[in-house]
Design a protein around this ligand. Structure first.
Ligand code: ADP
Ligand code: MG
Length: 686
């Protein structure tokens, strides 16, 4: 088998099954890690290295430590008592030692007298120093496991490090053939090794310095590709002709004067940034980040009004029907006095009403439409679309956001809004083609939600407090990490909590259940019942995350709180404290021993009210991979690059801008183009 394969050399595009040893059993496990081709395999980098370069002469072995020796086998004895014992005598020029294995009779094959081996394991003192079940490898021209810095891979999906090392070696033969996406001039300027050499050193490094340089090089490549994609998308966008909306300062002033409150500084700055963008020829692509209640809708309303004054339409898309209705109401209150009345289009809109709305939109009489996914259906025509607004944008896929933009012939201005802020450091690294506005302060007079971590023995007292609130006419949420009981001990499920609470301590109240496995209609209906006050207590999973306004809800009780990210807990907390009543967030940790890190995260939530600060903290504590919403925001996954390595990101960004200046069409270095084509860009507007 191996012979046949060597006749057909591996290429980067070969399926991973062409690698000797990768069979039908292993291929699906690799696929789970996204490894399908030899290239994917090569980019699967070790987590760390195991150093067994220090070869210890037998005479110098220290008892109790893991050590490596280079020895010759002199004698092998197999003893069968209660267990099978394999006892092997070894020697080198300095002395003799033993090695033993229990219940591994098959090893006898590898350990014939006369064989030379690296042995590595813990050494027990005794009459002779004895290696306890050591690992071993014969000395070869290229060591794979012992006598070198050997890669250690993350062990997931039943893929052991030993297996991966053995796959990697033949795969690396193909590494030299991988076209390097980083153009040679960039590589030179940045003093980076070429790709084939970097891959070899990243897996089987000569020394730690080479490993570090190799990883830096691969991380640079990853960031460079993102930055080229982003910068190219930005240039294309700014160079294309979009719709322009004149910055009508008088209309903006008039709108502000008509408000029952004063805009916050953040709102004023954000509005100015948006109106300035909209007045440019290239279409706007802006993300407005701000905590729940920070007043994003007001800012969007001002943009809609100016768009209307320019004779163009605005579409506002929200992820749920309740939210869409809420937006329609808010926008109506803000804009009707200025002659702009929003229309609503949602899943439950009747056929007759729908036809009427579609006609008005197509005819261009109506300038403001608010809705759900219903807005992106094919028969919805928005020929004069000037502004597309997407609320809770991470709830939509990239494709859905794009379909909304494509509703008109020209490229409309685009405003995404989110109450799950991404740390600015990350936004700068990754959102190359998105401009970011932030509302960091809440309007004056808002009260903080009283947040505390509740000890298990205080549970009854907490329920008593919740009961008091419900008796006083308020409403409460109970959030659980799971829908149904699982064998994971101590994690509460929504279904079981609903049963327990509705028949037990809260039997006198109207309790309802909400989770993601309910049909969409049923979810909306139960949420609506809660919003209208028909139920008192809602037991739910994380589906309640989205920004519904429920001024009467004052309790957010979270079970298994350590299982959620800080950003998500903050989202939950944002469901309460929206009215005049003092509100509370009660956090219970799950049944398992709370570890120190999760406790300190929950404490941080109790003392921090800003979603921006929490996002930064979450990023520090859990790493970029786990920041809530990151993947949902449609960002490409980084295999190697540390998103917080801002210095490397800045280098990559500068290199990307320089390269595009010198090669705008990306025609001078084809491998770069090909690499960009390989990953689905999240930046593309067309
Ligand atoms: P978001 O969408 O960011 O969660 P909204 O735009 O819905 O927030 O605003 C939340 C509430 O705050 C609304 O009732 C709105 O009228 C009010 N609001 C907005 N801006 C201000 C302000 N500057 N001062 C006082 N209240 C404001
Ligand atoms: Mg909102």
């Amino acid at each position: 088998m191996a012979k046949i394969l060597t006749l057909r050399p591996l290429t980067p595009e070969s399926p991973v099954t062409a690698v000797p040893g990768v069979g039908e059993a292993v291929a699906p496990r690799l696929a789970k890690l996204g490894i399908v081709t030899v290239r994917d395999l090569l980019y699967h980098l070790p987590r760390r290295y195991e150093d067994s370069r220090d070869v210890v002469p037998i005479a110098e072995l220290r008892p109790g430590e893991v050590q490596t020796s280079l020895v010759r086998v002199t004698d092998v004895r197999a003893v069968q008592r209660r267990m099978h014992l394999l006892q092997v005598s070894v020697e080198d020029s300095t002395g003799v030692a033993e090695a033993i294995w229990f219940n591994q009779p098959f090893r006898q094959r590898d350990l014939r007298p006369g064989t030379t081996l690296f042995l590595r394991g813990k050494v027990k003192p005794g009459r002779l120093p004895t290696f306890q079940a050591p690992v071993y490898e014969r000395p070869r021209s290229e060591q794979r496991h012992l006598g070198r810095l050997a890669p250690v891979y993350p062990e997931t999906h039943k893929l052991s490090t030993r297996m991966l090392r053995s796959f990697m070696e033949p795969a690396l033969a193909a590494a030299v053939a991988i076209p390097d996406p980083v153009p040679p001039p960039v590589r030179e300027r940045e003093s980076l090794p070429d790709l084939g050499e970097a891959l070899r050193q990243a897996h089987f490094p000569d020394d730690q310095g080479s490993a570090d340089r190799a990883r830096e090089r691969i991380a640079f490549e990853e960031l460079f590709l993102i930055q080229v994609a982003a910068e190219r998308a930005r240039r294309r966008r700014l160079g294309s002709v979009g719709v322009t909306v004149p910055y009508d300062v008088e209309a903006a002033r008039e709108f502000t004067r008509g408000l029952p409150f004063k805009l916050t500084d953040g709102q004023r700055v954000a509005a100015h940034e948006i109106l300035t963008d909209m007045a440019k020829t290239g279409p706007m692509n802006r993300l407005l980040q701000g905590d729940v209640g920070s007043g994003k809708t007001v800012v969007a309303a001002m943009a809609a009004l100016l768009t209307h004054r320019a004779g163009l339409q605005t579409a506002v898309m929200a992820p749920t029907e309740i939210l869409a209705r809420q937006h329609a109401q808010t926008l109506d209150a803000l804009l009707a006095p200025h002659g702009l009345v929003p229309r609503l289009l949602v899943g439950s809109t009747t056929a007759t009403a729908r036809r009427e709305v579609l006609e008005a939109l197509a005819g261009g009489q109506d300038s403001l439409i608010v809705g759900t996914h219903a807005l992106i259906e094919d028969d919805v025509v928005l020929r004069r679309l000037g502004l597309a607004v997407v609320d809770e944008q991470h709830r939509f896929g990239v494709a859905q956001r794009q379909r909304l933009r494509q509703k008109s012939g020209a490229m409309p201005n685009f405003l995404a809004m989110t109450a799950t802020p991404i740390p600015r450091s990350l936004a700068l690294t990754l959102y190359g083609d998105v401009d970011v506005s932030e509302l960091r302060e809440l309007p004056p007079g808002r009260q903080a939600v009283d947040t505390s971590v509740v000890a298990p023995h205080r549970r009854d007292a907490a329920y008593g407090f919740v009961g008091d609130q419900l008796h006083g006419g308020r409403q409460a949420f109970v959030i659980c990490p799971l829908i149904e009981e699982s064998d994971k001990l101590g994690v509460r499920s929504a279904t079981a909590e609903f049963e327990r609470l509705s028949t037990g301590v809260f039997a006198d109240f109207r309790v309802d259940l909400l989770h993601g496995r309910l049909p969409a209609k049923e979810k909306e209906e139960r949420m609506r019942r809660f919003a209208s006050g028909e139920t008192d207590l809602l037991v739910a999973t994380s589906v309640v995350e989205v920004g519904v306004d429920l001024p009467n809800a004052t309790i957010m009780l979270v079970e298994g709180a350590e299982r959620f990210g800080l950003a998500q807990l903050h989202q939950f907390r944002g469901r309460v404290g929206r009215g005049e009543h003092r509100s509370y967030c009660l956090l219970f940790e799950g049944g398992t021993e709370p570890d120190e890190q999760s406790s300190s995260r929950l404490d941080a939530l109790a003392t921090t009210q800003s979603g921006f600060d929490l996002a930064e903290l979450d990023l520090k504590l859990r790493g970029a991979g786990d920041v809530v919403g990151l993947r949902q925001h449609g960002l490409p996954e980084m295999r190697v690059a540390d998103l917080l390595d801002l210095a490397l990101a800045a280098r990559a960004r500068r290199a990307a801008v320089d390269w595009l200046d010198s090669d705008p069409a990306l025609s001078r270095h084809l491998p770069l183009r090909e690499a960009l084509d390989r990953y689905t860009s999240v930046f593309d507007l067309d």
